[in-house]
Design a protein around this ligand. Structure first.
Ligand SMILES: NC(=O)c1ccc[n+]([C@@H]2O[C@H](COP(=O)([O-])OP(=O)(O)OC[C@H]3O[C@@H](n4cnc5c(N)ncnc54)[C@H](OP(=O)(O)O)[C@@H]3O)[C@@H](O)[C@H]2O)c1
Length: 216
């Protein structure tokens, strides 16, 4: 279990430590995991600005942020990337993705394979996967890649076979009709148990569907 610590001295110390741990002269991309609500955000952004200016970081990004927070950060340092939870059934960050695309900011969707109920037999993902002789996860990743040119999904896996399978998604081309069908099918109407509002998936429901913890 991790906790947020956005104290400027901690952030600066962590960046320096990462540089040593990685054994590099400069870190290509470093992302603030969360804006710590207990520390003034400008102090956190200012600390990151310092490590950018010192050349320890080449680029810096954010995670789990709103458009307003990206704009506020942009006044202190250029935001290179945003890492928000986003996938076929979790579209709460659509506005952030649109903002990133319009402002040439990379969007890194974490939890990209939480396809949940859409992969049930007979569902849209399942049907389209069969038509491409592909796995449902590959379709979920291909949909993300086609969703926006600034998207770079980061599926997590401990298995080389899954890594290879997921890589193939980059070459899977969905027709515009298929992409639109997938986009339209996702959401609480089709997935009972999803939270309203930001359309976050219900984690208990995802566990029940076998999405959390892998699919074997
Ligand atoms: N910024 C943040 O706040 C934040 C929070 C959480 C995670 N992350 C990052 O996001 C990335 C991905 O997130 P995640 O791992 O939680 O979710 P995910 O990529 O949606 O799902 C990973 C799960 O899917 C399984 N999986 C992967 N490829 C598969 C395949 N081809 N077939 C069947 N199962 C497959 C994995 O099991 P196997 O190991 O068995 O393949 C694992 O259980 C990670 O790099 C993580 O560090 C970021």
């Amino acid at each position: 279990m991790w906790t947020s610590n956005g104290r400027p001295d901690h952030l600066i110390g962590r960046a320096k430590r990462s540089l040593k741990t990685l054994g590099v002269e400069q870190i290509g991309l470093w992302q603030l995991h969360r804006i710590d609500p207990r520390v003034p955000r400008d102090d956190q952004f200012g600390a990151i600005r310092q490590v950018l200016d010192a050349g320890i970081l080449r680029n810096a990004g954010l995670s789990e942020v709103s458009v307003e927070e990206i704009k506020a950060t942009g006044k202190v340092f250029p935001v290179a990337t945003v890492q928000n939870r986003y996938n076929l059934i979790d579209r709460g960050s659509d506005d952030v993705l649109e903002y990133c695309a319009a402002n040439r900011i990379g969007f890194i969707p974490w939890y990209p394979l939480a396809e949940g109920c859409l992969t049930r037999p007979g569902g849209a993902v399942d049907r389209i996967a069969k038509a491409h002789d592909a796995h449902a996860g590959q379709v979920a990743l291909a949909w993300l890649l086609q969703r926006s040119p600034v998207i770079l999904p980061i599926p997590g896996t401990l298995r080389a076979a899954h890594l290879e399978e997921n890589s193939v998604a980059a070459g899977l081309s969905l027709s515009s009709g298929e992409a639109a069908e997938l986009g339209a099918a996702a959401g609480p109407l089709f997935c009972p148990g999803l939270a309203p509002g930001r359309n976050r998936p219900n984690l208990r429901a995802l566990t029940r569907w076998g999405v959390l913890g892998g699919r074997g």
